[in-house]
Design a binder for this molecule. Structure first.
Ligand SMILES: Cc1cc2nc3c(=O)[nH]c(=O)nc-3n(C[C@H](O)[C@H](O)[C@H](O)COP(=O)(O)O)c2cc1C
Length: 225
């Protein structure tokens, strides 16, 4: 299976040389994800039994097929005719954007196109995960609520709803990870102010929470005496 590397194509290189590529993401190309593998299965109750937070990672990268399943499970479109998603949102506002932080830069998940679009071509892992153990992992997910997608009737409830939505997405991620042999941990340890600035988010976009995903470091096996 193909793993994600730094995807600098000849086309992008030429655009960069001509000064025509977007300035902050000129080294990165969109990543077309593969359709979700709906036959991927493990009994749900077993997956729930295995759901846990992982706090030791190695640096193995995640194959594209696996990342595709992960993002679809997280908040993909499961009813294309209605454009609805794997997580319920108040008045179907779909306010959460998932930013995916790699060593080479940051992408945002576009559910309709089921692809990752680059938004930043620098390494901001230390902002997306301020704890050392998490920075080793393959990716950091950052859940950003766009309050602009919530109408005025939400009033003061916007933070409650966005936290609720991000929480449901994070549980989908935990469950997919448990089913696919990946480790994960949802984290408050995000430098929200610096990351907000680095990603050039608008004032009405709020970083709700981060979530690390990667392969758990193999446990050292103690030989029998
Ligand atoms: C809202 C929330 C914030 C969390 N923030 C952090 C964090 O900043 N750093 C961290 O290492 N773990 C964080 N965790 C993970 C918890 O430490 C973990 O869920 C808890 O120890 C229970 O373990 P379990 O998920 O394996 O059941 C957070 C969990 C939640 C739900």
């Amino acid at each position: 299976m193909r793993a994600i590397a730094n995807p600098l194509s000849l086309g992008t290189l030429i655009l960069c040389l001509l000064g025509l590529a977007a300035p902050q993401v000129r080294a990165l190309e969109p990543i077309q994800l593969t359709p979700p593998d709906l036959s991927h299965s493990k009994p749900l109750l077993q997956v729930l039994q295995e759901r846990q937070s992982t706090k030791t990672y190695d640096t193995r990268s995640i194959p594209v097929d696996t990342l595709s399943n992960l993002l679809w499970a997280a908040f993909g479109i499961n009813r294309p005719e209605a454009g609805k998603r794997t997580v319920a949102t108040a008045v179907n506002c779909q306010d959460i954007d998932i930013y995916v932080v790699f060593a080479q830069g940051v992408y945002v998940y576009q559910a309709r196109e089921h692809r990752l679009v680059p938004v930043l071509d620098r390494d901001v892992r230390s902002l997306a995960a301020t704890q050392d153990y998490a920075q080793k992992a393959a990716i950091q997910l950052v859940y950003v609520s766009d309050y602009g997608k919530m109408n005025d009737s939400f009033g003061a409830k916007k933070p409650i709803y966005s936290a609720f939505h991000a929480g449901a997405i994070s549980q989908n991620v935990y469950l997919y990870c448990a089913s696919a042999g990946l480790g994960s941990v949802v984290r408050d340890s995000v430098d929200r102010e610096a990351l907000h600035k680095a990603l050039k988010l608008r004032d009405n976009q709020t970083i709700v929470m981060g979530q690390t995903v990667g392969y758990a470091q193999a446990q050292a096996v103690t030989p029998e005496p």
